[in-house]
Write a protein that binds this ligand. Structure first.
Ligand code: BES
Ligand code: ZN
Length: 457
């Protein structure tokens, strides 16, 4: 086999590979909205057909939610599994999109060509990098180099409700030596990276109710308790003046990062100014004695993701509402226990309620942080392969986001998770005008060919 021939094949096939990605991007597979169920199914069907065309025996596997796509190819050598997700985030606010989010377009920008569409970076463009690498490999060599399993999910952006039961039921089938997860980014938008730390996530939704119906704020204001006031006080008390989170016991299990790791991160020369400047900010808002990379990779957070209640329409209405709502999420690190924090948070909120005020909670997913061992020689081999493709040598990095399946692979299946992805900080994932750089797509495909070669040598 010649890796150079595979790389040349990838270069020559890039226009066709891009067309295939555009096809997948035209399917609006928004997993959280039941109105898009058929489209999620269609995206799964598209992937099943594409993988079968590569000779990988692939099926759509039903779950109580959206289907999983699972494909297998027999072979010698290590057994590699590849994971990505075909579902995407909702598109709202739609009016901030420059064009239809599901009518993808290749655009020339000052920073190079981009593929603009919902899901371009998270995660359809990324999952196709691996599939395209396999396609080129097969076309050049007639066969793929090892035993392969594909595991593509359609519920990642909506908390993966079917994932753990599916993994538990299909443990033996999903067992592999290494689970390659393509859902992360480059470091500082330029340096290839293997992500070895992810934050966990805990979601809580609360509804505060006080009067039994909406009231005239002239007739009742001052004497009736306003639930928005109560909610605001609760939210305001979640952080102290130094940025620390006040939920009792919240910091139990939060480790101080070892000096060695802190030094390694300092060596990464992260451009804090550009990172914040790109989004119109200048001053880090977290705990003031931490560097921004430490804040994102090694510190837990509490953020309000949504807050609503009362009258928010045009004009003005003097209403004293009966309900107020908020969605709050916590990013977790180290050994923080999501369920213990949920309990402590709920207790703290209940204790802050004045008379006549009630609260209802709805939990939204709870996953622990992950820190993955890189002692398997496969990591150094993959790191070298990435370094060969990109101008900078590859780095081991942390990630502020959450990919719970990485932990599930380690814990439920007993496979070694390895997270490699090619997203950039300005891809606008989960936001309007999401894009994936053509460079990420092209070099991403080439990177996987090199990693496949390195892991099967
Ligand atoms: N691809 C992201 C994770 C990610 C975020 C990687 C930022 C690199 C940088 C993933 O699809 C995602 O958004 N995950 C959710 C969690 C999930 C449980 C809903 C997240 O991190 O909010
Ligand atoms: Zn993703």
């Amino acid at each position: 086999m010649s890796l150079d021939d595979v790389l040349s094949r990838i270069d020559a096939d890039l226009p066709a590979a891009t067309d295939r990605l555009l096809e997948l991007l035209r399917i609006p597979s928004i997993s959280t909205d039941p109105a898009y169920k058929e489209h999620c199914d269609a995206a799964a069907d598209w992937l099943v057909a594409d993988l079968n065309s590569l000779g990988i025996k692939t099926e759509k596997r039903p779950t109580p939610g959206h289907p999983m796509v699972v494909g297998h190819l027999d072979g010698e050598g290590p057994h590699l599994l590849f994971y990505g997700h075909y579902d995407v985030q909702p598109v709202d606010p739609l009016d901030l999109w420059e064009r239809d989010p599901f009518d993808p377009e290749i655009q020339d920008t000052p920073k190079g060509k981009v593929i603009r569409a919902r899901g371009a970076a998270d995660d359809k463009g990324q999952l196709m990098t691996f599939i395209e690498a396999c396609r080129a490999w097969k076309e050049v060599n007639g066969a793929l180099p090892c035993k392969l399993t594909f595991f593509l999910e359609g519920e990642e952006e909506s908390g993966s409700p079917s994932l753990v039961p599916f993994m538990e039921e299909n443990k033996d089938e999903l067992k592999s030596d290494i689970a390659l997860i393509c859902d992360t980014g480059l470091f500082d938008s330029r340096v290839p990276a293997i992500t070895t730390m992810l934050r966990g996530l805990l979601g809580e939704e609360l509804t505060i109710t006080a009067p039994s119906r909406d009231l005239h704020s002239g007739m009742y204001g001052g004497v009736a308790m306003n639930p928005i006031r109560v909610l605001s006080r609760i939210i305001a008390s979640l952080h102290d003046d130094t940025g620390r989170i006040t939920v009792p016991g919240f910091y139990d299990g939060v480790p101080e990062i070892p000096d060695e790791l802190r030094q390694q991160w300092q060596g990464l020369a992260f451009d804090h100014g550009r990172f914040l400047g790109d989004v119109g900010l200048s001053t880090p808002a977290g705990e003031q004695d931490r560097t921004p990379l430490e804040m994102i990779w090694s510190r837990p957070t509490c953020e309000v993701n949504g807050i609503w209640g009362g009258y928010t329409g045009a004009g003005f209405k003097t209403v004293l509402p009966s309900e107020a709502h908020a969605k709050i999420s916590f990013r977790l690190v180290g050994d923080q226990d999501p369920l213990a924090i949920r309990e402590s948070f709920r207790k703290m909120v209940r204790e802050m309620l004045p008379p006549d005020v009630e609260v209802e909670f709805k939990g939204h997913g709870a996953s622990r942080a992950g820190a993955f061992d890189v002692s398997d020689p496969a990591f150094e081999a993959a790191r070298q392969a990435l370094s060969d493709e990109w101008p900078d040598p590859a780095a081991y990095i942390g990630c502020g986001g959450s990919i719970p399946i990485a932990g599930h692979f380690a814990r439920i299946i007993g496979s070694t998770p390895m997270l490699i992805g090619f997203g950039k900080d300005d891809d606008q994932i989960h936001s309007p005008n999401e894009k994936y750089d053509m460079e990420s797509f092209h070099k991403g495909i080439r990177s996987w060919a090199r990693v496949l070669a390195a892991l099967t040598r």
